[in-house]
Structure formats: C-alpha cells, structure tokens
Design a protein around this ligand. Structure first.
Ligand SMILES: [Fe+2]
Length: 279
C-alpha cells in the first residue's frame, strides 16, 4: 500500500510502501505524479539501481530526455547522466557542481525546460552533501503586492551563461553551444497541473527582464532572489544511499551543499523529464 507522507516543511513528501518496479503501472504513476505536483518534491527510499532501472522508474513521471552534456551520459542509457561530485584535494568537485552550489532550476535555458528532475544516490559521503529545495509558489505568494504587480506579465531572458551568474558554467562543445541559444520565459509561471502561480527564477541563468533598463532589471531580479533565499521557503534532504528524489522544476529551485569530506565518493544518477513551454 503506497503512502504519501508530507515532510512537514514548506515542500516535500516521502513515498512509503512502493515497489519501485511497479512505478509505471498507471494507478501508481498517477499517485506519484499527483504527489509531485502537490508537494513539489518526493523522496522514495530504496536500494541503488542500474541506469536502465532508473530510466524505467523515471518514466512514471513523464518522458525521460537525452542529456545535453555528452560526457556525462551513461553509456548505453543516454537518458541517465552519471554525476560525480566527489570533493577533490584542489577544492573542486565535478566541473558543473560548483555552479550547482547556488540556487537554480534545471534547464531554464531551454525553450521547453525539463518539468522534473530525478536524482538517485549511488555513493554518498559519510556526512554532508545535502540537497536543498525552495518552494517557488510560497516565494511568489510572499512577495509584496506592489512587486507582484510590477512583474505581472513580464518576461525574462535566460541564457546558458550570463555575467550575473555567481558561478560560470563548464565549457560546451560547439554542438552543445548551438543547442543552447538564449530563451525568453515568463517571470511568473502557472503550474499546469495545480493552477498555482510560481516565481520562475534561476539566478545563475537569468540575464535580464525584457523591457527594463539593465540597472532596473538587475535591482528587481536581486529583490526577487532575496525573497527566494529566505530559509522559510527551504527544505534540505539528507541523502541515504539508494534514495530517489524527484522534484518539480516548474515551481522549485535547488542547490547542493559542498560540505562533505575530501575524497569520499559522491555519485548520483540523474534523469530529466521532458517539460512544456512555460506559461
Ligand atoms: Fe541542478
């Protein structure tokens, strides 16, 4: 018997009693997708799986998509990326994990960003390395009325790289650059399944608000990001080996804490689930 147990914070629920091999049965897939839309983050404990099993499980949430960065793709299963973020002696982890330390939503530099991301822990350090999530419905609802009016109907430019980013991205191949031109998205998006509004921010990719001067745009984006940085909107997941965590990119941001011991393996499988054009 599947049970969806809210985690008690601003977002998140734990799914208990699920046989992961049954996730694609329509009644079960429906429970999982509804839990994701309602709680924005679902945690499903269990044992480590193979990339093919992870891809099949992810399909309960939608269509797994092939990953942009070629070098991360998992051999025979291109929908699964293997993310190695083991902390090295020089202070670096994986080339892109440094960027993942700041709040972001995955793939907003695409016209149709992934609706959800699945992470599955294969190896975790003895402590640290939690992943934090931010509820962007509650961020939107916490904005002053005047600010909500200012951003109503506004659109913003997201790029793979922007000088506003605290951390710049890893280099792309020319093929990957051709696949990532700047795109425009609404600043406030409506969740297609629940109808709730969410602030659609991505501080590492958001370059400017369309129709505003650079200085005004910068100030407004900073003000919006400041609200999202308030801990009352956040929940942190402490990993157990084998956990699956799925989050809704349409109404959350996330970040990883790089506070774990040097050299201890941290390896995750990741699957992105195809999304729609934000509205
Ligand atoms: Fe991410």
């Amino acid at each position: 018997m599947i049970e969806v147990v809210p985690l008690g914070g601003p977002l998140g629920a734990r799914v208990e009693g699920l046989d992961r091999r049954m996730a694609n049965e329509s009644a079960i897939a429906k429970i999982l997708t509804r839990a994701l839309a309602e709680h924005l983050l679902v945690v499903i404990p269990g044992a480590p799986m193979t990339p093919a099993e992870t891809r099949d499980f992810a399909a309960a949430f939608g269509k797994p998509q092939t990953q942009l960065l070629r070098y991360k793709r998992s051999g025979a299963v291109p929908e699964v990326s293997v993310m190695v973020s083991t902390l090295m002696a020089d202070g670096t982890t994986d080339k892109t994990a440094i960027r993942a330390e700041d709040w972001h939503t995955d793939d907003s530099y695409f016209a149709m960003p992934a609706k959800a991301t699945l992470l599955h822990s294969i190896e975790i350090p003895s402590h640290g390395g939690s992943t934090w999530f931010c509820n962007m419905h509650s961020v939107y609802e916490a904005l002053p009325e005047a600010t909500r009016k200012r951003i109503e109907g506004r659109r913003a430019i997201h790029g793979y790289d922007t000088p506003r980013a605290r951390n710049r991205p890893s280099p792309r191949t020319s093929e990957e650059i051709a696949e990532t031109p700047d795109v425009e998205h609404p600043l406030v998006r409506t969740h297609p399944e629940t109808g709730r509004k969410a602030l659609y921010l991505n501080p590492n990719r958001l370059d400017r608000i369309v129709g505003l001067e650079r200085a005004e745009s910068d100030a407004l984006l900073d003000e919006l990001a400041d609200e999202a940085r308030k801990p009352r909107h956040h929940f942190g997941h402490v990993w157990n080996k084998g956990d699956i965590v799925v989050w809704d990119n349409r109404a959350t941001m996330h970040r990883v804490m790089i506070d774990y011991p040097l050299g201890e393996k941290r390896i995750m499988q990741r699957v992105l689930i195809e999304g729609d054009r934000p509205v």
